[in-house]
Ligand binder design. Structure first.
Ligand code: UDX
Length: 447
């Protein structure tokens, strides 16, 4: 840990990325001032409460408490800090471009306060944003403000570990000394540091997310073909992943990717290319496959139950992945709406979603306080999010409370043999039930 006597680092925007970044920088020994326009959030943080669910963040924040302070005032922030990380939202706009209005606001609020500063972009912004910000600063006469692109690759649910033990740190700078300063700030983290230009750093972020999303859509299409030819996608992915050129990660087939990054960033990269006259054909397919994948579960239910009108379907898990409370672009939203549109009765359980809490996202869905309550009387169940507590359900008890025996495993996370022993059928995405051939066992079964 490096005790710091210099001015504290500023972090603007304490959402997932901003808060985790701030806490981790404080953990590295630096003092940090966090700014957010949301008074209620800042009050909570001042009281030592973490406003998001992120494993390990509470403990880390408690440990670095004396180095962290929180404010809603730009005057205070700019008086205390010179290096300012920007971690505000860049949601998709109706045109598909990233909406940079919050970033623009920050830049104008900071430049209005003058002084010699360094802006460090953590938000995911389109390639060209650095140039645009520099031009804005120049026209505002704020030429003493430098700019660095330092994209974030953290995953929700593993954010602390991702920041403190990243695969790489990317730093794109216009001036060598600005890049050096940010590299020095992260000196406590052992990893490869990629020093590059600002547009290249911006592109590394988009290209990484788009490639990971492509991997997921690719394996999902392989899964769909596996269903036709009787292969098991889990074994196929294992076999593929052993090839070092492919690697084992992000080859889990399921009901598609969601969350605050992949859908938005893939769309934004496609849009960015389109705006410059390039048709990024591959990304169109990645997006379409992901849309269709969320709907395939409805077809599976229809195959099992016939018409869904009046049938009761229980959704197990709602968040876009486990270990987060984030529902942004979650497959559950599309799935619940489609099931309701087919006339099904839909109940649901998620450890992070309280009954009645998100009626805006799940209209007409009865959210229960336990998995068994959601499953009571259900004709079918769908595992939407592979929360450990859902994967570990006692399936004999589940069979007793359900009316039907159909389970769709949207994440290929369940043990089909266990469910079968409990009298439940279990359909995965691109999986086949274990088959014994004579006395030998197929490689699929041996997994
Ligand atoms: C992602 C990137 O991983 C991270 O680097 C970036 O900074 C932000 O976006 P995150 O959205 O938190 O992180 O979640 P991630 O764990 O990457 O999963 C994204 C989605 O893909 C989830 O819906 C997950 O269920 C799905 N997924 C992931 C799959 O369907 N299959 C896989 O093999 C991996």
């Amino acid at each position: 840990m490096v005790p710091q006597t210099q001015r504290p680092v500023g972090v603007i925007g304490v959402g997932y990325v901003g808060l985790v970044t701030a806490v981790c920088i404080a953990h590295l020994g630096h003092r940090v001032v966090c700014l957010d326009v949301d008074e209620a959030k800042i009050e909570k943080l001042r009281a030592g409460l973490v406003p998001i669910y992120e494993p390990g963040l509470d403990e880390l924040m408690a440990g670095a408490r004396e180095r962290l302070s929180f404010t809603t005032s730009y005057d205070e922030l700019c008086e205390r800090s010179r290096v300012l990380f920007i971690a505000v939202d860049t949601p998709p706009s109706p045109s598909g471009d990233a909406d940079l209005s919050r970033v623009e606001r920050v830049v104008s609020d900071v430049s209005a306060r003058g002084g010699e500063r360094l802006l460090v972009m953590k938000s995911t912004v389109p390639v060209g944003t650095g140039e645009r910000v520099l031009a804005e600063l120049e026209s505002a006469g704020a030429t003493a403000i430098g700019y660095v692109s330092n994209p974030e690759f953290l995953r929700e649910g593993a954010a602390v570990d991702d920041v403190l033990h990243p695969d790489r740190i990317v730093i794109g700078a216009y001036r060598e000394r600005d890049g050096d300063e940010i590299q020095q700030l992260f000196a406590g983290i052992e990893t490869t540091v990629v020093r590059t230009s600002v547009p290249t750093a911006e592109m590394i972020k988009y290209a990484s997310n788009a490639f990971l999303a492509t991997k997921i859509s690719f394996i999902n299409e392989i899964a769909n073909v596996c269903e036709v030819v009787g292969a098991d996608v889990r074994a196929v992915a294992d076999g593929m992943g052993l090839d070092e050129r492919i690697g084992p990660h992000f080859l889990r087939a399921g009901i598609g990717y969601g969350g605050s990054c992949f859908p938005k960033d893939v769309q934004a990269l496609k849009q960015l290319a389109g705006n410059s006259g390039y048709h990024f054909q591959l990304l169109n397919a990645v997006i379409e496959v992901n849309h269709l994948q969320k709907r395939r579960v409805v077809g599976k239910l229809q195959e099992r139950l016939g018409r869904l009108r009046g049938k009761h379907v229980a959704l197990l898990g709602l968040t876009f992945k486990p270990h987060t409370d984030d529902l942004r672009e979650a497959a559950s939203i599309v799935l619940a709406a489609r099931l309701r549109a087919e006339g099904a009765r839909v109940s649901a359980y998620d450890p992070m979603v309280a009954p009645g809490a998100r009626a805006d996202l799940f209209p007409g869905v009865a959210i229960a306080t336990s998995a068994l309550a959601a499953l009571e009387g259900a004709d079918a169940a769908v595992l939407v999010t592979e929360w450990p507590e859902l994967v570990a359900l006692d399936w004999t008890v589940v069979r007793d409370v359900m009316r039907g025996a159909c389970v769709i495993d949207g994440r290929n996370a369940l043990d089909a043999a266990l469910l079968a022993a409990a009298g439940l059928s279990c359909d995965g995405i691109g999986t086949v039930a274990p088959v014994a051939i004579g006395d030998s066992v197929t490689s699929d079964e041996a997994r």
